[in-house]
Design a binder for this molecule. Structure first.
Ligand code: NAI
Ligand code: MG
Length: 349
């Protein structure tokens, strides 16, 4: 059994949390006979400063040869003025997601024992958001007429295809079948009627093939209320790119914050490598201080392993993270120390 990884540590705390995630991965790989190969790719804001490159065709080609990509975070300190705003996000991160057809953005949310939710009565939060990754309002389909005048008209046209919606919804039903068998579609079908119809049509049609999965529907605005008042009601959520972006930030907040949220950018057809990352960014405000929480990056490795068929190994990391958290409630630990502690749980020391 083997795993050939591309590693993109990125900027700021990216390399700090990825270092711990790789230590954890190596620990699990060596104890379960996974033959692990990894190659590091320097990409991001610092790389752009050094080379003027965002993501070249050569690098894309090289990345494509790997089984999967582990990604830290990219992005410059917003106070820096040398990098055009959004350049790295657009020409590196979004380019990767679109070129590798990462049409499933998978974001699990679980309130781990020991993590603190700001909700007074959170209940058992354990759900997964299946967010569309390559369509919707994020495709750059729009423009500015009479730009920078007081008659400017700006458009951002949401693009939704039958192909894109069908494969997304099908993936969500499959996932729901492996869990508590409950799937919620979140959209705004009463106002965004065109995309709404497309989503509802596939959702209802595919539901007929998965009769053991219980389905419901919520408008995005109502969904944000339930996310606060009764998040335990959710098992699997399927939604478009924009609503998924918003609802998963809220999901991160109610489950104890950004230090625990991991995500997968998945090409479920297997044509391209999928990419796993913490949800957070490069956190320039705390970079270089060894205080970033590497847990999200470590959980990203668990998702990666499960995606590549190493189910038991991924579950082992998730259990180690839960155990570690429960043992250190309320403690402030360094980035390295959290890595050490999780490895200690894994090796039984
Ligand atoms: P951010 O996620 O980097 O930071 C938001 C806040 O959360 C900061 O106060 C930070 O210190 C804290 N934080 C984040 N991760 C943490 C961790 N692991 N442990 C403890 N605290 C943590 O978001 P922000 O500040 O909006 O963006 C900073 C840079 O990162 C920008 O250049 C942005 O474009 C980029 N970014 C990149 C992403 C990616 O690579 N996928 C995602 C989000 C932002
Ligand atoms: Mg976001």
């Amino acid at each position: 059994r083997s795993l050939d990884l591309a590693v993109i540590p990125g900027d700021g705390i990216g390399p700090e949390v990825v270092a711990q995630a790789l230590r954890v991965l190596q620990t699990v790989a060596s104890s379960s006979d996974i033959d692990l190969a990894q190659r590091e790719y320097p990409l991001g804001a610092d790389h752009w400063r050094a080379t003027g490159e965002t993501l070249t065709e050569d690098t894309m080609h090289a990345l494509r040869q790997h089984d999967a990509i582990l990604f830290g975070a990219v992005g410059a300190d917003p106070r820096s003025t040398d990098i055009p705003s959004g350049l790295i996000e657009r020409e590196m991160l979004l380019k990767l997601r679109f070129s590798f057809d990462h049409y499933i953005n998978l974001r699990p949310s679980k309130l781990l024992p020991g993590a603190t939710s700001p909700l007074s009565n959170p209940g058992e939060i354990d759900f997964v958001v299946v967010r569309e990754g390559t369509e919707g309002p994020y495709v750059g389909n729009g423009g500015r007429l009479r730009a920078d005048t007081d008659q400017e008209i700006a458009t951002e046209v949401s693009l939704n295809t039958a192909h894109g919606v069908e494969r997304l919804v099908r993936y969500a039903f499959e996932l729901a079948q492996t869990r508590r068998k409950k799937l919620t579609l979140i959209h705004k079908t009463n106002v965004l009627v065109n995309a709404g119809k497309l989503y509802s049509r596939y959702f209802n049609a595919i539901a007929a093939e998965y009769r053991d999965v219980q389905t419901d529907y919520l408008h995005i605005d109502a969904a944000t209320i339930f996310m606060t008042t009764d998040p335990a009601r959710f098992d699997v959520i399927v939604t478009d790119n924009l609503f998924g972006d918003i609802i998963t930030d809220q999901a991160g907040a109610i489950t104890g914050g950004i230090g625990y949220a991991a995500s997968g950018n998945i090409n479920a057809s297997g044509e391209f490598p999928s990419m796993f990352e913490p949800v957070h960014g490069s956190a320039p405000d705390i970079a270089g201080q060894n205080i970033a929480n590497p847990t999200a990056a470590i959980l990203a490795v668990a998702l990666l392993l499960k995606h590549r068929g190493f189910e038991a190994e991924g579950a082992k990391i998730e259990q180690a993270v839960e155990k570690d958290l429960a043992q250190h409630i309320g403690e402030t630990r360094s980035t390295d120390a959290i890595g050490d502690d999780i490895i200690a749980v894994l090796t039984g020391e």
